[in-house]
Design a protein around this ligand. Structure first.
Ligand SMILES: Nc1ncnc2c1ncn2[C@@H]1O[C@H](COP(=O)(O)OP(=O)(O)OP(=O)(O)O)[C@@H](O)[C@H]1O
Length: 242
C-alpha cells in the first residue's frame, strides 16, 4: 500500500464547553495520493474544522497530522503549506480586484515585499493568465471579481489556490450557493484537476448525489468523529439513523 499523503491519528482539538466535547474528537483517517474524497456530515459535525486543521489553522491538542509523512508542526507548517492549497467557504476573493490580481494574491506567501513592490514578476502574471484560461476565464481576467457570477468567482478562487502548484487541494463547500450549471462547472473543474493532473482532492459537500457522482470515497463525520469511511454507494443510509 502506498503512503498516505494525509494521515490523521487520533486528532483531537480543544474541549468546547458549548458542545460538551472537543470539536474534533479522535479523528482517524488517511487520504492517498490522487484520491478524490468527499467529507460529509450534518451542520456542526466538524468538517470545516477538520479541513482547517490540515493547514494548521486549528490547533490540535492530541494526536497527530502527517502530510506526506511529515508531522504537521509550527516548524514544518510553512513548507507543508506549499503542498496543500485550501479553497475557503465563499471563495474569499477581494471583490474590488480583477480576477488576475486575485489569482496573483495566491503568490503573496512565496514572494518578498520587494519582489511585488512594482507588481508581480512577468512569469507570475503569465502563469495566472494560463490558469484562468485553463478554467475558462481568459475573457474575465481583467474584470473585477465582484462583477463575476458565483461560479466564475469560485473558479477564480480555484485558480488562486492552484498558482502555488499544490499537490493537494482542500475545498470547503465549493458549490454552496451556486446554481446547477455553476455547480457542475466547479465540480467538473475539480474532477479535471484530479483526472488530468493527478491532484489529490478533499472536498466538503452537502449534496449526496453530487458526492456520489464525483468522489471515489466518502468520509462521514458526526459530532467530531468519523462514522463512515468507504465507497459512495448508498450514502443516504449513512444519514438514515442520524
Ligand atoms: N473557533 C471556534 N470556536 C468555538 N466553536 C467553534 C469554532 N469553530 C467551530 N466551532 C464549533 O464547532 C462545531 C463544528 O464546526 P464546523 O464549522 O467544523 O462544522 P461543519 O461540519 O463544517 O458545519 P457546516 O456544515 O455547518 O459548515 C460547530 O458546533 C461550531 O459551532
Amino acid at each position: 500500500m502506498t503512503q498516505p499523503v494525509i494521515s490523521c491519528q487520533d486528532v483531537e482539538t480543544a474541549y468546547s464547553a458549548a458542545l460538551n466535547r472537543p470539536i474534533l474528537n479522535q479523528i482517524n483517517c488517511q487520504i492517498y495520493r490522487g484520491e478524490f474524497v468527499v467529507l460529509l456530515g450534518l451542520n456542526g459535525a466538524g468538517k470545516s474544522t477538520l479541513l482547517r486543521s490540515l493547514v494548521g489553522l486549528v490547533p490540535i491538542l492530541r494526536g497527530a497530522i502527517h502530510i506526506n509523512d511529515t508531522p504537521l508542526t509550527p516548524r514544518t507548517l510553512p513548507s507543508l503549506r506549499r503542498d496543500v492549497a485550501m479553497l475557503f467557504q465563499g471563495g474569499g476573493l477581494i471583490r474590488q480586484l480583477s480576477a488576475i490580481e486575485n489569482v496573483l494574491c495566491g503568490r503573496l506567501g512565496t514572494r518578498t515585499t520587494w519582489q511585488t513592490l512594482f507588481g508581480f514578476p512577468k512569469n507570475d502574471r503569465r502563469q495566472a493568465l494560463e490558469l484562468l484560461e485553463q478554467l475558462g476565464l481568459r475573457e474575465q481576467a481583467y474584470q473585477k471579481t465582484g462583477q463575476l457570477s458565483g461560479g466564475q468567482q469560485q473558479r477564480v478562487a480555484i485558480a488562486r489556490a492552484l498558482i502555488q502548484s499544490p499537490q493537494i487541494l482542500l475545498a470547503d463547500e465549493p458549490i454552496t450557493g451556486l446554481d446547477i450549471k455553476a455547480s457542475k462547472q466547479v465540480m467538473d473543474t475539480l474532477s479535471m484537476l484530479h483526472s488530468q493532473q493527478g491532484m489529490t482532492i478533499v472536498t466538503v459537500l452537502h449534496d449526496l448525489s453530487i458526492a456520489t457522482e464525483y468522489a471515489q470515497r466518502a468520509i462521514v463525520l458526526n459530532a467530531g468523529r468519523v462514522t463512515y469511511d468507504g465507497c459512495c454507494d448508498n450514502l443516504q443510509a449513512q444519514f438514515a439513523q442520524v
